[in-house]
Design a protein around this ligand. Structure first.
Ligand SMILES: C[S@@+](CC[C@H](N)C(=O)[O-])C[C@H]1O[C@@H](n2cnc3c(N)ncnc32)[C@H](O)[C@@H]1O
Length: 294
């Protein structure tokens, strides 16, 4: 039986957050693709991993240029980083953070950030990712994490710590009896490894924005190179890309992806507190011909 399409009423939410996370689009993505599940599910732009963790293929190759995301998931999969080590870390460091607020100088968050930028400890990465402004992953040119504090010293309340440890425990359970590898590499290297039964899900950064995910800017040239490279793949693929909002349409789709099958989904996001500030965004999924679900 084919693994995809699949219905997914309530997506599993992973422990890592990042800008461009596809949690809300998971049901749309999973119902739009047809794939046997025989080869590997390959993701060159893993990010939070929310798509992979919901597809749950038997075999997967999960890659990202950000070594901290890759290291964190690899350590959870290997059992080096456990539910109890995460709980212990977040409770201890969360308590130190609490003691610096609410009127204090938020210095403990920045102490952990400096320590992480020296040592790269995955537990500190998780702590920062879950207490920084808007759950972002952003690094400067020197490769230093530079997202400011969310300004909530009480961040790591017991229920929040439990939610994160449950998310970590689920990653461990999902990866436990599956053949998955996590690798830190550029998308070109990942795509060279594709074989005919594999399926590739691509979710590159937005064009032209210095998203700062990890020392990278995603240029129009690189986006075009990805489109050309993808066209030569020996296997099926699907690529996520924003299509239009109230103000703009993404020209790159018509220019470089007109040969792919396009499926779209619109959703609303809020720019402010009132109903009038709701804005519609249309997201596209560009699928290799023959890999779309009926
Ligand atoms: C839009 S995010 C992926 C979001 C992910 N699908 C999710 O739902 O969480 C793009 C990811 O691409 C990664 N990235 C940026 N440039 C890259 C490159 N040259 N090679 C591989 N990964 C890259 C970033 O580190 C980031 O994690």
């Amino acid at each position: 039986m084919a693994l995809l399409p699949m219905t997914c009423a309530k997506p599993y939410v992973p422990p890592v957050k990042c800008q461009g996370i596809k949690t809300k689009l998971v049901p749309f993505i999973l119902k739009s693709i047809a794939w046997s599940g025989e080869g590997r599910w390959i993701e060159p732009f893993l990010g939070s991993g929310v798509v992979l963790f919901n597809v749950r293929p038997s075999r997967a190759l999960a890659c990202d240029v950000n070594p901290h995301i890759v290291e964190l998931y690899q350590q959870i999969a290997d059992g080096e980083l456990t539910v109890s080590s995460v709980r212990e870390h977040l409770e201890r460091e969360g308590e130190k953070l609490r003691q610096t607020g609410p009127d204090a100088d938020e210095s403990y968050y920045y102490e952990v950030r400096d320590r992480f930028n020296d040592s790269g400890d995955p537990l500190d990465f998780l702590f920062l990712n879950r207490s920084c402004f808007n759950g972002m992953v952003r690094f400067n040119q020197k490769g230093e994490f530079n997202v400011p504090f969310c300004r909530k010293p009480e961040r790591f309340r017991p229920a929040y710590v439990t939610r994160i440890t449950n998310q970590v425990g689920a990653v461990r359970d999902i990866t436990d009896d599956r053949d998955w590898s996590f690798k830190c590499c550029d998308w070109r290297e990942t795509l060279k490894r594709c074989r005919p039964d594999d399926f590739v899900y691509l979710d590159p950064p937005y064009i032209g924005r210095n998203t700062g995910y990890f020392n990278t800017e995603w240029s129009e040239d690189e986006a075009r190179e990805l489109a050309q490279f993808t066209r030569q793949l020996p296997c099926g693929f699907a690529l996520s890309m924003w299509k239009k909002n109230k103000y703009r349409e993404n020209d790159h789709i018509a220019e470089d992806w007109d040969w792919a099958v396009e499926k779209t989904q619109s959703h609303f996001y809020h720019l402010g507190s009132t109903e009038e500030l709701r804005n519609s965004m249309t997201e596209a999924l560009l699928i290799s011909p023959g890999s779309e679900a009926n």
